[in-house]
Design a protein around this ligand. Structure first.
Ligand code: PLP
Length: 226
């Protein structure tokens, strides 16, 4: 077994344990392997260990890797900040976008998603810790944003993504996810069933609070210099 396979097995075991501890169904949480800044060779190793969902944050880098890996059946997720001039290529080359942080970006992705492709799966990024420096919708903007994005027919609104302020205390880690999960449930839209919550450092708390996709980079591929 390769080192990469061992790491994937370990994280999947951690996810299964967290699901069980939270009384969640087995495999109700998916692992998204965040491969930003890592070479295509690392993705291949993870792929060979069974991983199919990969997340990227930097468009140009992602496009180069996608070209190299075009013969692999990979589901690509864009999770990084989105400038307007990047939407065309994101709409063309990804299956999911987790980081839709403004209506303008949703509209552009919708216009630019080719009609022959299935609708682009999107999550709204929510600025759950109210950090002025962070992008995303505020909680009180969420209902209106859901309303507007739901009308865009080349997009499929799946749920929300959050990157809370880092905390080491378990209870502090839970809080923002709890708040956002409740806010979505309150909207009473069962089709919003994707909660892109949790990274290497707060996976257990995120799963306890309803995560359905954890985005793991460091714990899988090692540390980055970004
Ligand atoms: C980089 C990144 C991750 C992965 O973070 P790790 O701490 O390396 O697991 C998750 N989500 C987003 C949005 C990221 O940009």
């Amino acid at each position: 077994m390769t080192l990469q396979a061992k790491k994937i097995d370990k994280i999947n075991a951690d996810i299964r344990q967290a699901e069980a501890d939270a009384g969640r169904d087995v495999c109700s949480v998916q692992l998204l392997a965040v491969s930003k800044t890592k070479p295509a060779a690392d993705i291949i190793k993870a792929y060979q260990a069974g991983q199919r969902q990969f997340g990227e944050s930097y468009l140009q880098e992602a496009l180069l890797k996608q070209k190299e890996l075009s013969c692999y059946q990979i589901c690509w997720h864009f999770i990084g900040p989105i400038q307007s001039n990047k939407t065309r290529q994101i709409a063309a080359h990804f299956n999911w976008v987790h980081s839709v942080d403004r209506i303008k970006i949703a509209k552009r992705l919708n216009e630019q998603r080719a009609a022959n492709l299935p609708p682009l799966n999107v999550c709204l990024q929510v600025n759950i810790s109210n950090e002025p420096s962070k992008s995303g919708f505020q909680l009180d903007e969420l209902a209106d944003a859901v309303e507007q994005v739901s009308k865009l027919t080349n997009l499929k609104l799946r749920g929300v993504m959050a990157i809370p302020q880092p905390a080491t205390d378990y209870k502090q880690q839970c809080k923002p996810y709890h708040l956002l999960y409740q806010a979505i449930k309150h909207l009473n839209k069962p089709e919003l069933n994707t909660f892109s919550f949790g990274m290497s450092g707060d996976l257990r708390a995120a799963i306890a609070e309803g995560s359905t996709i954890v985005r793991v980079g460091t714990a899988l591929f090692g540390s980055r210099s970004d």
